[in-house]
Design a protein around this ligand. Structure first.
Ligand code: TXA
Ligand code: MG
Length: 317
């Protein structure tokens, strides 16, 4: 069935060809990934990068993640090291982004890396973006497809909501399986998680055989432009709430509260992965229902729970 919006495309061969044509002309497109949807442009083209920053209203000090098909294709731009190789082997393609030193003769637009000598690289797993990357000879700079500080999109309709007709093409790759942004891990010095995600400190620590630190909130902001207030539905949020409050939205999980008018139970089986997958969509739903306040239950701070708490704390700012 054709989508009612003319810039939303089902994925097939002709869409792939069209997308490649647009990207080569330095257009920016809405693209699905396994974490969240992104807005993608040619990372070697200053023009594309400018478009991304403008459309998102993103501060120029906040660098973008550069996406590649595989590490061989990234070699001309990044300086690799042992930790990278070990983590790449285990987790890529997948929901993890590595901060590495940029090669001096790299063609990545300096606008995309906010003039830093480091670069964030990711190798996404979703078939649509993977196939796209395989068929072009430049990497894709791709932040989440939301206006700066707002909620990341997890399907085509979310992207459409954010940018309307501003994108020539949004490719439908279904609902993002993970639902929160990739883990960002700094490998340029002492291994540090700058943004928690689906792949946890424990999993990374197991591979590297050491304890991995997660950058504290204030230090996190040092990761340029990692704004304190982010992922925000634009409604006051109160965390660690044990009970629902009448007429306000309550987000919870587990067996205690069934979903009903004001209650949004994101996982009856208490799966935090399921909670993460549904969180942003629920924020959007609650916003549309015009609730004045969101109460959220306590989330255990381990595994993906760390990522959920990170996003919730920022959303509550
Ligand atoms: O899952 C994801 O990573 C999604 C999908 C679309 O791939 N992308 C995404 O991009 O979340 P974005 O732009 O919303 O977040 C990128 C994060 C920002 O917090 C940025 O500050 C950080 O990565 N970052 C990028 N380059 C960096 C660098 N050289 N050093 C430190 N942090 C960096
Ligand atoms: Mg983002």
């Amino acid at each position: 069935m054709k989508n009612i919006y003319s810039n939303i495309f089902k994925f097939n061969n002709s869409t792939l060809k069209k997308a490649i044509k647009y990207l080569k002309k330095n257009d920016v497109l809405g693209i699905p990934t396994e974490t969240v949807y992104g807005i993608a442009g040619n990372a070697y083209s200053k023009n594309s990068i400018k478009k991304i920053y403008n459309i998102k209203k993103r501060p120029k000090i906040n660098p973008l993640i550069i996406h590649y098909y595989n590490f061989q294709s990234a070699l001309k731009d990044i300086q690799i090291n042992d930790n990278f190789l070990k983590l790449y082997k285990k987790f890529s393609p997948g929901p993890i982004t590595y901060i590495l030193k940029k090669k001096k003769n790299s063609k990545i637009s300096s606008l995309a890396t906010a003039n830093l000598n480091t670069v964030a690289v990711r190798f996404p797993k979703h078939t649509v973006v993977s196939l796209l990357l395989k068929n072009i000879n430049f990497p894709l700079a791709m932040p989440s497809a939301n206006k700066s500080t707002e909620i990341s999109p997890v399907d085509v309709n979310d992207v459409r909501e954010e940018f309307n007709k501003k994108l020539k093409m949004i490719i439908d790759g279904g609902r993002s399986k993970i639902g929160v942004e990739s883990t960002v891990v700094d490998l340029t010095g002492k291994v540090t998680i700058l943004r928690p995600g689906f792949i946890s400190d424990i999993q990374i620590g197991k591979v590297l055989k050491k304890k991995i630190s997660i950058s504290s909130k204030t230090k996190f902001i040092k990761s340029p432009g990692n704004l304190k207030r982010h992922y925000s539905p634009g409604i006051p949020i109160k965390l660690n709430q044990v009970l629902p409050v009448k007429n306000f939205a309550y987000i919870t999980f587990g067996k205690k509260f069934k979903s009903s008018k004001d209650i949004f139970n994101l996982s009856y089986k208490s799966s935090l992965n399921e909670f993460a997958r549904k969180l942003y969509k629920t924020f959007r739903k609650i916003k549309k229902l015009k609730y004045k306040k969101i109460y959220i239950c306590k989330i255990p701070n381990k595994g993906i729970g760390i990522a959920i708490n990170d996003r919730l704390t920022r959303a509550a700012k």
